[in-house]
Design a protein. Structure first.
Length: 277
């Protein structure tokens, strides 16, 4: 993982600054000190002891297993049946779908790092001995990037961590950090607020739409935009409706857009997949 200064981003690639801090700070945050207390608090709540641990989602309605090798095992068929019976959560289904799109050595984007579980899942999908994979992760909150960094410290190897670049920035600017010549296979959005964090800091439909436009541009054919969207918090339904509108307008010749939801749990997270043909 690398520490970058977002201020030096615009116009040129970033400079690696410090070995033990592994994320990029936006100009407004770059002078503030790393909150080690919050990292420690988070780390102690996610200890790994050879068995999966549970991770709670933004609306507290889902949990996800985590494991050192690959957080995604089993078959797509199994996970869909489990989802059908209410035993798998939306984010777990998303991780399985990613497995069918992402290959070792791919470049992927986590547009909302949060506590890092999606970043870690993506890293496990792209990383192999060739060190070709690349994960670009971002979040507007420094504490989220710290949590992500801490999670990767625990569950990713030093070689795997080398493939990750983390940025404190809005996903609407993702094109600033992904080089033009990189073919991105997947852009993952897990919207809403940071679980365990400030519930007032949420993704907003205007920036989400800008980010989706950017994701559309950087995605390679055969790539996927994966969105987990929540309607239980203020602004969530509006954001979901805007995304649905956006997805419905994409031309069918080049995009296949799907939604997955639990009908009798109106506040359950919804999954939206935009597949670029
Ligand atoms: C539900 S959490 C993400 C969960 C995360 N993917 C995980 O695996 O733990 C949503 C995150 O989106 C972040 N966020 C809000 N607005 C954003 C923006 N414009 N750009 C990037 N991240 C944003 C929040 O700070 C929050 O951490």
């Amino acid at each position: 993982m690398k520490l970058y200064s977002y201020s030096s981003l615009l116009g040129r690639r970033l400079v690696k600054c410090e070995r033990n801090l592994k994320y990029c700070l936006s100009p407004s945050l770059s002078s503030s000190k790393t909150n080690t207390t919050s990292i420690a608090a988070f780390a102690s709540s996610s200890e790994f002891n050879g068995v999966p641990i549970s991770v709670v989602g933004a609306d507290s309605s889902w949990s996800s297993p985590i494991c050192r090798d690959s957080p995604v095992s089993g078959s797509m068929e199994q996970v869909m049946v489990e989802y059908l019976f209410g035993r798998k959560k939306a984010t777990e289904v998303a991780h399985y779908v990613w497995k069918h799109v992402v290959q070792k050595g791919d470049a992927v984007v986590d547009a909302t790092c949060g506590n890092g579980y999606d970043t870690l899942a993506l890293l496990k999908l792209v990383a192999d001995k060739t060190q070709r994979g690349q994960v670009y992760g971002m979040d507007v909150q420094k504490i989220a990037i710290e949590s992500t960094s801490s999670l990767l410290d625990q569950f990713a190897s030093p070689d795997e961590k080398e493939l990750v670049e983390l940025f404190v920035m809005s996903h609407s600017q993702m094109e600033d950090i992904v080089p033009n010549d990189v073919a991105v296979r997947l852009v993952a959005f897990n919207l809403g607020y940071l679980p365990g964090g400030d519930k007032k800091i949420i993704t907003r439909s205007e920036t989400t739409l800008l980010a989706l436009e950017a994701a559309k541009r950087i995605l390679t054919p055969g790539g996927l935009i994966s969105i987990v969207t929540y309607v239980g918090h203020p602004g969530g339904r509006e954001e979901f409706e805007k995304i649905e509108e956006f997805a419905s307008r994409l031309p069918v010749e080049s995009w296949n857009c799907c939604r997955l939801q639990v009908l009798n749990r109106p506040l359950a997270p919804m999954l939206i997949f935009l597949f670029k043909r």
